[in-house]
Design a protein. Structure first.
Length: 722
């Protein structure tokens, strides 16, 4: 067993290998405090035939024993992954995937099992670093290591790896992944921070990331296995030149097509031309496949050259130009709020539902959060890209995009006291050619405003891209590198790159970066950045992209606010009405009743929902609002202290020689002394009232006697109208 330790942000992070999971290609236990994660890396030795992508799978196994919990549900065992587990798996996949050699198609699986959690140290960044460490010491030809840290900001001060209890206090919560000298991935949520704050946090993360990479290299030096040999595909330069000469001019012309379908049709014509010219009846399947593969490579190189060198985008836009934007609100008449946001060929319809506090989402996971009242869901049906496909629930991508839009708007949602509703937004992507997650963010802002939710400020979002094309002056290599030639290592490089605002699908597919920024006029609320460049990008390029995204975001906000400048004054007529009253915590039992009998009776009688907080806050949700006043009066009567002068209509529950006991409200009785039953002398109580009679009484006095309340009454009316 080998252990390496490093101090990060005042905490010890340890890496252990050689004790657990010995049959995996690589296995590392990462520990910080009492949070422990076992990460294994396993790959097949042979490439998977017939695939032109890297078959990498990342799984997060949250074990409830890690937090000392027993799973909910009938079977009492872990079932489908939680949303947190899915988001963490995506967090690992995004910076890890680009670090494998070109053409590597061996099935590879990373599994992070959460063995223990102390509810202080987050497991997500530990799992990411553990995945890199497991791959680094394995035979798998991973081009690492990489590392990640979380940076928080409170009152302008940056914190390294803040604890889980600190997360709700953070103005900025950002995870940065990178190599020893570059940025690979960013995931952030914020409360309207400045671009300068984000840059400062990313720079702050660089030193601990470098140190975490160094300790992985030390681990590899001691226990690392010899890497499998992998030769990247060799290009037949003569055949490639023939293909390029045949179709390059046609590809340049096809690049001018503004419409996605038109461009697709032109590209298909180009590929058919290659087949007809170069593939004969005598050609074998391998040659035919190679020709089409080279045609795709030429297409990619032509488009990237036109963008990066000529600064000309496929649809003719300027590098910082946003496609036409249109917005509509109130598009679905019976929903509580709705909006349609269209940007170019991307269209998102977001529909909002308001519910009672009791409708909040319960969370059965390892974290501290037990429920949430603001929920954003995202659906990406196959027709949105003109395809057919299975409709079998949300994919990991759908969950990730929904979480990003949710994160972008969360700081703007009014708190439970100000707006005591559960809020669910659903974004239906109806058309997609470019960032649909940012379209759903914009549509969600408008849907909230259309519903009359008084958000703090509107939020818009934009996606930016990057295309890098460099030429080595030493060896002539043309490729994607920023610092030095990846072929010969020379730093004599002619570098071209361009940052693109509002990337379309082709720019995302063939480009090097997917960079999404959401925020208000006042600042940034969410950032997500993923790179395909192996070497990552510099902080200077990141800062430039962040500034360009700000301009695009503000342009989109202008279009949104031209449609609906502020939230509607009133909620939709179809939305439920929620009212809040406060009772003393010691009176909660009186409202609930024995076995919940009282509160259930109120719910059934008035057709409302009632939720009670531990501090005595009571939320009454009425579908139309009409019955709310009546139920509020009943609750107040049930829970208010009885005082002298109050009158009640109550039932006689017991008679004695000296008087009658009357139930004023459930659990509270008072005594009408025989002398207060009627005018004049009463010889026998039953001559005036009997058990079960309903009478009106007035409270004469309330006093405490040995910890019990004694209530004296007198009869006001023996036959009241009920």
């Amino acid at each position: 067993m080998i252990t390496k330790s490093i101090e990060i942000g005042g905490k010890t992070v340890s890496f252990e290998t050689g004790r657990l999971a010995a049959q995996a290609n690589g296995a590392v236990v990462v520990r910080s405090g009492d949070t422990m994660v076992l990460v294994t890396a396993t790959a097949r030795k042979d490439a998977k035939e017939g695939v032109d992508f890297f078959p990498l799978t990342v799984d997060i196994e949250e074990r409830m024993y890690a937090a000392g919990k027993i799973p909910g549900g009938f079977i009492k065992r872990e079932a489908r992954p939680s949303e947190k587990a899915i988001l963490t798996a995506r967090l690992i996949d995004r910076p890890i995937r680009p670090r494998f050699p070109k053409g590597f198609s061996n099935e590879t699986q990373l599994i992070a099992t959460i063995l223990s959690t102390d509810q202080e140290n987050a497991y997500d960044t530990m799992a990411l670093v553990g995945a890199s460490a497991a791959l680094t010491i394995s035979e798998v030809p991973f081009q690492g290591p990489i590392a990640a840290v979380r940076v928080g900001m409170i009152d302008g001060e940056l914190l390294l790896n803040p604890t889980l209890p600190q997360l709700p206090e953070l103005e900025l919560d950002i995870i940065v992944a990178g190599t020893e000298d570059s940025i690979l991935m960013i995931e952030a949520g914020a409360r309207e921070v400045t671009e300068a704050d984000i840059i400062r946090a990313v720079d702050f993360a660089s030193e601990p990331i470098a140190r975490l990479c160094q300790v992985q290299n030390e681990l590899r030096a001691e226990v690392g296995r010899e890497k499998w040999g992998h030769e990247e595909p060799v290009v037949d330069k003569e055949l490639y030149a023939r293909v390029a000469g045949l179709i390059e001019a046609d590809l340049v012309a096809a690049n001018d097509a503004a419409d996605k379908q038109e461009r697709s049709d032109r590209i298909e014509e180009v590929r058919n031309k290659v087949r007809e010219e170069l593939v004969t009846d005598d050609s074998d399947d391998d040659f035919a496949d190679k020709v089409i593969s080279y045609a795709k490579m030429v297409e990619k190189d032509v488009v990237r050259r036109i963008i990066a060198v000529d600064k000309k985008r496929p649809d003719g836009r300027g590098v910082d130009e946003v496609r036409p934007v249109s917005c509509e609100v109130g598009v679905a008449p019976r929903t509580h709020g709705s909006a349609l946001f269209t940007r170019g060929q991307t269209q998102a319809m977001t529909l909002l539902t308001l519910g009672a506090v009791g409708d909040e989402q319960r969370i059965d996971g390892l974290g501290l959060e037990e429920s949430k009242r603001y929920i954003h869901h995202y659906n990406f049906p196959p027709f949105s890209v003109g395809e057919t496909g299975f409709m079998r629930g949300p994919k990991r991508r759908d969950i990730g995009h929904g979480a990003l839009a949710e994160k972008a708007l969360l700081p703007m949602i009014p708190d439970e006291i100000e707006f005591p509703y559960t809020i669910r937004l659903v974004s239906e992507i109806l058309e997609s050619n470019g960032s649909s997650s940012m379209a759903s963010t914009c549509g969600s802002t408008l849907a909230l405003m259309d519903a009359g939710v008084k958000i703090k400020r509107p939020v818009g979002g934009i996606a930016c891209g990057l295309v890098v094309r460099s030429t080595c002056n030493s060896c002539g290599e043309v490729g994607v590198f920023l610092r030095k030639c990846l072929a010969c290592g020379s730093e004599d490089v002619e570098r071209h790159y361009v940052i693109l605002t509002d990337i379309a699908g082709i720019e995302d597919h063939l480009g090097d970066m997917d960079f999404k920024v959401a925020g208000s006029r006042e600042g940034v609320t969410a950032v997500q950045m993923d790179l395909k460049i192996k070497e990552g990008i510099t902080s200077e390029i990141f800062a430039e992209a962040l500034e360009q995204a700000k301009g695009g975001r503000n342009f989109v906000l202008d279009k949104m606010l031209a449609t609906l400048p502020e939230a509607r004054a009133e909620l939709s007529e179809y939305a439920p009405r929620i009212f809040t009253i406060q009772i003393k915590p010691e009176k909660i039992g009186a409202l609930i009743g024995k076995g919940g009998e009282t509160i259930r009776g109120l719910v059934e009688e008035y057709d409302v929902s009632i939720d009670v907080e531990e501090d005595g806050t009571v939320f009454i949700c009425s579908p139309g609002g009409a019955s709310a006043d009546s139920v509020i009066k009943r609750i107040e009567d049930l829970t208010k202290d009885v005082e002298a002068g109050d009158t009640f209509i109550g039932k006689v529950v017991k008679t004695t020689d000296f008087g009658a006991f009357v139930e004023l409200k459930r659990g509270v009785d008072g005594l009408v002394h025989i002398s207060n039953l009627a005018e004049g002398r009463v010889d026998k109580v039953e001559d005036v009232v009997k058990r079960g009679d309903v009478i009106k009484v007035e409270v004469l006095e309330v006093k405490e006697d040995r910890g019990k309340q004694r209530i004296g009454l007198k009869v006001v009316d023996l036959n009241p109208e009920v």
